[in-house]
Design a protein around this ligand. Sequence first.
Ligand code: PLP
Length: 378
Amino acid sequence: MSIDPDDLPIRDDLKGVTEYGAPMLDVAVQINTNENPSPPADELLAEITELVAQAATTLNRYPDRDAIELRTALAEYVSEQSAESGQLVSTDNVWAANGSNEVLQQLLQVFGGAGRSALGFEPTYSMHKIIARGTQTSYHSVPRGDDYSIRIDQAVEEIRESRPDVIFVCSPNNPTGTSTPLDDIVTLYETVAETESGVLIVDEAYAEFSHQKSAVTLLPCRPRLIVSRTMSKAFAYAGARIGYFVADPAVVEAAKRVRLPYHLSAVTQAVGIAALRHTAAQLRAVEELKVQRDRIFDSAQTLGYEPVPSDANFVLIGGFDDPSSAWQLLLDQGILVRDVGLPGCLRVTAGTIEETSAFVGELAKLDPNRTRTTAEDS
Ligand SMILES: *Cc1c(COP(=O)(O)O)cnc(C)c1O
């Protein structure tokens, strides 16, 4: 006999809530969660095996609570990626956790919470709202423009008026793939700083795919700016569960006030350090994935759909008459894409050449009358 969770004495604000639910189905072509399709290279597998074997001998002890070696390696990686020269950030500027979702949760535990508010620009990453709810932070949103860009004047006005404690800017944005120009991020930051409202979190889960520089380059002298990153996407390490943020050292110290002690296991730390010794191999697929992303865009456009130009490793395709039936028809062919709940849209991750070809081939075969908005009915 099982009862409904709502029948338990759970918090009122969690009653009737649905969990994050990307379907996990074992099909041939999984292009629904923006993973990198390349498994770890042999050289990395050997490094992981060695470092995990070493870590295994210490498992009777708690791991390094501050994950210094991992954070140092992450700081070097971020500096190499973003700085024209020299070390842009160091260990003190970086904090790591089990995926960037945990990073964001820790940030909301610090800067959000009961009686506090967060602001996002919709459509955007659904977890921002879910993490806000979990930390009892109220969440407000401002709609993006027709091209899914943030309307900066409106955003500035909203920040001045509602003074949110946390502002989320996802760039490149999930699920639209659009980047927010760094100038606009500076404008938002200045509004936050001027009104002394809260902090600006730039979620850069797809930074390595973007044509523009990382917001990490804006960090010096901007203590209210926090850039969150992950190893799950371009870095091809979703299963390792490692995310991080880059910010002023004071933000790192603040995060330590809420993190659970020893939150990153010795095994996770070892696996992360191993990967950061093979950065080039891990990122090898990025350029190829951009080619596949552009193929998805071009093919969808040629077929009469309305894809959104993307700066990430996925494409939001609009113009479906009935996205859920298109989703099912693709699944029937062994292709899992994402129905993000946006009217007329499906989101498709750039996979291998073969996976992308399979998707493009099946998209071309969909019955346009059932799944696509045609010129006559739009
Ligand atoms: C995938 C994704 C993340 C995070 O994932 P983790 O695997 O928890 O690091 C964070 N933000 C955005 C926008 C994403 O798309």
